[in-house]
Design a protein around this ligand. Structure first.
Ligand code: ZN
Length: 243
């Protein structure tokens, strides 16, 4: 299984897209979070990687939480796929989120997307609920989620396939219990770093055991982040991870 990194920035980055990636599975592309400028972000990733990925190749979208740098692209991708569905009968993308996000997502999108009260979230997305109590299967991959202590309801993710396991912290304060959940049997741990208290500063990550740090890759770095302050590698847009 492979993952293409779409964005690595924090919410204020002037240099990079918001944190996002595409998971390539045997049965399709899974987009993890959907930041601003998603079409351009996918185009840039396609150009650097050679992957055939754009708004029409995404079969599944997972949204970890409702901060704009993780979900602002849903309006644009939603309209793109709604038009393709109406005009060409193409399937709508499946949208996976946990209940606290599913319950409020339409509050955020409706003023731009309800078409005078005639449309609902399900006109744009085939909505599926993720349950922290049980593993889901998305595009043939086993996906589990766990709430983080971020400032709004947020889930971290683990993707388990026969070939390996990849963990994704999403946005979170430093949380040793979350890191223990993420790192169990994981080939790769993608972890955020940004200033506390709602995010994880680099210092406690630098203090993790070497066998955790060596499997960890960083995302959600501020533009001023100095990669030399850590021996944990920073992800770059266009990177491809194989696991
Ligand atoms: Zn956030």
């Amino acid at each position: 299984m492979r993952m293409l990194i779409i964005g690595t920035g924090d919410a204020f980055s002037t240099e990079r897209y918001g944190c996002s990636a595409v998971l390539e599975t045997a049965s399709g592309h899974v987009l993890i979070d959907c930041p601003d400028s998603i079409h351009r972000a996918l185009r840039d990733a396609r150009a650097s990687s050679g992957w055939n990925v754009d708004a029409h190749t995404i079969h599944d979208i997972i949204v970890t939480h409702l901060h704009g740098d993780h979900c602002n692209g849903l309006e644009s991708i939603g309209f793109t796929r709604w038009l393709a569905h109406r005009q060409d009968g193409k399937p709508l993308p499946r949208l996976h989120c946990w209940t606290p996000v599913a319950d409020r997502l339409w509050e955020r999108l409706a003023p731009a997307m309800d078409q005078g009260g005639n449309a609902t979230l399900r006109d744009y997305f085939d909505v599926h609920t993720l349950d922290p109590a049980r593993e889901a299967t998305i595009a043939g991959v086993h996906v589990s989620c766990r709430p983080t202590g971020h400032s709004v309801p947020t889930i971290a993710l683990r993707f388990r396939a026969e070939s390996g396991t990849l963990a994704w912290s999403s946005d979170t304060p430093f949380d040793p219990q979350l890191i223990a959940w993420l790192e169990q049997d994981a080939n790769r741990i993608i972890h955020e770093t940004s200033p506390p208290p709602t995010h994880t500063p680099i210092e406690p990550l630098n203090a993790l055991p070497a066998n955790v740090r060596s499997r960890m890759r960083l995302m959600h770095m501020p533009d001023a982040f100095d990669p030399a302050c850590t021996d944990i590698a920073c992800l770059k847009q266009g990177d491809i991870l194989t696991f």
